[in-house]
Design a protein around this ligand. Structure first.
Ligand SMILES: [Zn+2]
Ligand SMILES: [Zn+2]
Length: 298
């Protein structure tokens, strides 16, 4: 049992007070508890933490890609080699994404804590074990990828494409920052997969810590930004995990506009024959030819 936390005037005052009575907690857990104790308002505490985390991770992860774009040596790994984003394009994209974070995302983020509470997500300490976090995050990756595949595929249907998804396809050669360059409606509907899948999971399974949710969202942001980076390296993850999608998968989607609809994995596009790119077309052609031959033989 934890001793009742006492709020102090400063964050580190709360931290010290908590450290006195909760010796069994680790440093991160004490910091977490001190934050909620110091804030004295869970909605605000979760809201600020979520917003700051999103900004730090989004722009922090995009920055290395901006630097990579500035170094000519990396061109050899660029998928669409002749399409390097200009500084102006990057600034414009960053400004628009930032604008939508403040106008569209920020008001919604206040719903996050009540929503979590309603569905029973935990914000208490100690944290769940790494093992629990890992398998739950793996489940979220699979669920979100499924959601993303179907919603994204639907977004390519004429009216939805014209009115919503076209904005995201503004860049036919994407770069890291372009991951969230999209209509607010699209961000909301696709974001529902990222936030809704863990919440639905918690409603069914009955046990999920908000820290696991955060770790998942951080990894999902990494996935989205890297998938838009425009770079394919010999050390890219899909060379080791063949079902991982990565930049090679999503870059073709931006270039060709059709196919490769899923986010993290390749299986949906593979099974439902919606893969994009030269190799997939070749396979399709060969299959057709074989089918025609088989018909003739009959
Ligand atoms: Zn698309
Ligand atoms: Zn995209």
């Amino acid at each position: 049992m934890m001793a009742a936390p006492m709020a102090q005037d400063t964050y580190w005052g709360s931290f010290e007070e908590i450290s006195k009575y909760n010796v069994s907690l680790n440093y991160a857990e004490k910091m977490w508890l001190a934050w909620y104790t110091y804030m004295q308002n869970d909605i605000l505490a979760t809201g600020i933490m979520s917003f700051v985390m999103h900004e730090v991770v989004y722009f922090g992860r995009s920055l290395p890609w901006i630097i990579v774009d500035m170094i000519p040596w990396f061109r050899r790994y660029k998928i669409q080699q002749d399409k390097i984003p200009t500084a102006y394009e990057q600034w414009y994209c960053a400004a628009l994404v930032l604008f939508s974070h403040f106008t569209v995302e920020l008001p919604q983020i206040w719903l996050f804590h009540p929503l979590c509470q309603f569905f029973g997500l935990s914000t208490s300490v100690p944290f769940p074990s790494l093992y629990t976090m890992a398998w739950q995050i793996a489940v979220f990756f699979v669920l979100e990828d499924t959601w993303h595949y179907w919603v994204h595929r639907a977004m390519h249907w004429g009216p939805l494409y014209k009115n919503i998804h076209k904005i995201h396809h503004h860049y036919s050669a994407p770069f890291g920052l372009a991951a969230e360059y999209a209509s607010p409606i699209e961000v909301l509907v696709l974001g529902l997969g990222t936030v809704g899948c863990p919440i639905a999971f918690c409603a069914v399974y009955g046990n999920l810590h908000i820290l696991t949710m955060y770790a998942w969202i951080v990894l999902r942001l990494f996935q989205a930004i890297d998938a838009h980076s425009g770079y394919e390296f010999p050390w890219s993850l899909h060379h080791f995990l063949p079902f991982w999608a990565g930049a090679e998968h999503h870059d073709v989607h931006h270039e060709k506009f059709i196919g490769n609809y899923s986010s993290s994995f390749r299986w949906w596009d593979y099974v439902l024959d919606t893969e994009a790119g030269e190799e997939a077309s070749k396979r399709r052609r060969e299959r057709k030819l074989a089918a025609a031959k088989a018909k003739k033989v009959q």
